[in-house]
Design a protein around this ligand. Structure first.
Ligand code: ACO
Length: 333
């Protein structure tokens, strides 16, 4: 059976920055409150006219260049997003056209767990022998669905995209994945309007129901419970333990969640990656953006063992354990 390995990685964050000082001018909050409760100092925000697919295309181009291949070599494109350009068609189709690909393309929506879900699909397709090379993108423009009069949510989110090229290989790169969902938690985190349950109408817009609502405390408790569980399951499926990990890369939602998870997994904090201070929560982009940050800054080397763990609306969760097979000087896995 062929196995799947990460052969290329790339990411993109939009240029515009939204700092805590900016938010202080918009809602009743303070830099001190935001830093203490979340660890976030600034986030990036899509420009006027920019959409999720634009972020995805930039990240995908970087990943293709890193893998040393062009679009002709891609057998399947999966975009993980919960903030599509439009409900119809899928954002993946817009990305496919922009990249000049001809392969099948579709979206996966598992909110902030979306990248790990899409990774599982890509790995499984490669292991089945149906494809040799799969482009997996996590991209979200969360700020388009955030109410910038709601201080409980507007401080948390940013925009971005990250992508990996998965390629068939003799040596397994992606060792084990564990996914989960609990739809009874659907009300915890949602965008009430804009779908078939509550189509957009003037009264819906007046009630600001097109924006994300969240029970912050409930999400926090869910996250610190489910992340260690998912990580342990993926480690078990990979025949590894937390002590074997070079890096734990959790979904970048909140520094307090990241620290609590590190403690529960008995991981030294210096081996638990965080860039949430500079990005905020970029949803499905968060994990590949974090991985690319580690890789491009030279802190990830061939042979390193990495666990990535996501959680998000649905509620959903997912963890993957990856043997990093790339070195920055080589284009080959
Ligand atoms: N500035 C100042 N005060 C605030 C702010 C703010 N931005 N937001 C809330 N407060 C106030 C509240 O009104 C409350 O005041 P009160 O005591 O007078 O009622 C007080 O601060 C405490 O509010 P809590 O909600 O209890 O604050 P908490 O410590 O739980 O922190 C937070 C809130 C940061 C949202 C936290 O609960 C959290 O991070 N939860 C997880 C959120 C998350 O990760 N979401 C993304 C999930 S992934 C996905 O799928 C999108």
């Amino acid at each position: 059976m062929p196995r799947a390995a990460i052969a290329g990685i790339g990411s993109y964050l939009p240029e515009d920055r939204l700092t805590n000082a900016d938010l202080e001018r918009m809602v009743d909050t303070s830099d001190e409150w935001i830093l203490t409760r979340t660890g976030i100092a600034e986030r990036r925000v899509v420009a006027a006219g920019e959409a999720t697919s634009d972020l995805a295309v930039r990240a995908a181009r970087a990943a293709l260049a890193d893998a040393g291949i062009d679009g002709a070599g891609i057998d399947l494109l999966i975009v993980a997003t919960s903030t599509p350009d439009t409900l119809i068609p899928a954002t993946a189709c817009r990305v496919q056209a922009e990249l000049g690909l001809t392969c099948p393309a579709f979206d996966v929506n598992a909110a902030c767990s979306g990248f790990v879900y899409a990774l599982q699909v890509g790995v499984t397709v490669i292991e089945s022998g149906r494809a040799r090379t799969v482009l997996v993108v996590g991209a979200d423009a969360m700020t388009r669905f955030i109410d910038f009069t709601d201080r409980g949510t507007c401080i948390l989110f940013g925009d971005g995209a990250g992508a990996v090229v998965l390629r068939a290989s003799e040596e397994a790169g992606v060792l084990g994945i564990a996914l989960g969902a609990d739809g009874t938690g659907a009300e915890m985190l949602k965008v009430p309007a804009g779908g078939s349950a509550l189509p957009l109408a003037q009264q819906v817009l007046d009630a600001r129901q097109q924006y994300l609502t969240m029970s912050g405390n409930e999400v926090f408790k869910f996250a610190v419970r489910v992340i260690p569980k998912a990580a342990r399951e993926a480690l078990k499926a990979s025949g590894a333990t937390a002590a074997d990990l070079t890096w734990l890369v959790p979904h970048q939602a909140n520094q307090r969640i990241i620290d609590t998870v590190a403690d529960r997994l008995h991981m030294p904090h210096e081996r638990v990656f965080s860039n949430v201070a500079a990005t905020g929560n970029t949803s499905a982009a968060s994990i590949p953006v974090a991985l690319d940050d580690l890789y491009t800054s030279g802190r990830l080397s061939a042979g390193d063992l990495v666990a990535v763990v996501g959680f998000g609306a649905g509620v959903t969760w997912g963890a993957a354990v990856v043997r990093w097979t790339k070195s920055r000087s080589s284009e080959e896995t």
